[in-house]
Design a protein around this ligand. Structure first.
Ligand code: DX5
Ligand code: ZN
Length: 222
């Protein structure tokens, strides 16, 4: 299992997005937070910005949709060039149909769980997904403190993935830093979103490498 670091451009300078994307070109993916001021109390960007980012960088884009009605909007983010599209199960009307549509359009399908949403009810859906996102803060803002109480959920999700022999990646998002990444890797996460820990660093590319090294060293051998 290789450890992947996805810098979140929520913590980047939005007036210099092309440069900010280039600053982390060693990262496996760029994490793009889409917020609609309804599903979460914040507003960020939409399809046109994703299209422009796609032209500005070779790094694949991972779009995290914190929006109402992802059933309607997610396909447009695949068409805009996202390699991976994450919808929130709390907002999706038909998560299986939506995951299949995202895959059919050529992107990886991912489903997110807010901190209070348990993973167990979705066990049967996991084969429909390429990635599961467990939020480790309440979605909406960067720079929040990591919720340690999510570690048991990460462990239970990893156990479900192994029990079913699935290949899906287990992503965590929120409060990931040099101080918290090791316990997440130990618990079974393999894809780490980091906003402030990357873009708040003097050298974002070096911060990505340092996070990946810590996660790799802490990951259990499977
Ligand atoms: C929060 C977003 C995160 C955010 C993470 O709702 O989904 O992707 O950018 O920021 P940090 O890493 O600063 O917690
Ligand atoms: Zn995110």
């Amino acid at each position: 299992m290789s450890m992947q670091i996805y810098p979140s451009i929520l913590s980047a300078d939005f007036a210099r997005l092309a440069d900010e994307a280039k600053a982390v070109e060693g990262a496996e993916c760029l994490h793009v937070d889409v917020m609609d001021n309804h599903f979460v109390p914040n507003l960020t960007l939409g399809v046109p910005v994703v299209e422009s980012l796609r032209r500005a960088t070779d790094t694949p884009l991972d779009c995290h949709l914190m929006i109402e009605d992802p059933d309607r909007w997610a396909p447009a983010f695949v068409e805009a060039g996202a390699s991976s599209v994450t919808f929130h199960v709390e907002a999706a009307a038909a998560p299986v149909r939506l995951a299949r549509e995202i895959r059919a359009k050529g992107a990886r399908a991912s489903m997110a769980l807010k901190p209070a949403t348990p993973v167990e009810p979705y066990e049967d859906l996991l084969p429909e997904l390429d990635m599961l996102l467990i939020m480790t803060v309440e979605p909406g803002f960067g720079g929040q403190s990591f919720l340690d109480i999510m570690l048991p959920k990460i462990r239970r999700a990893r156990a479900l993935i192994e029990r079913h022999g699935l290949q899906l990646w287990l992503q965590i998002d929120g409060g990931v830093s040099a101080d918290t990444i090791e316990r997440c890797a130990e618990a079974g996460a393999d894809v780490f979103v980091a906003g402030s820990a990357v873009y708040g660093a003097a050298d974002p590319a070096a911060a990505v490498r340092a996070l990946r090294e810590k996660a790799t060293a802490a990951a259990p051998s499977r």
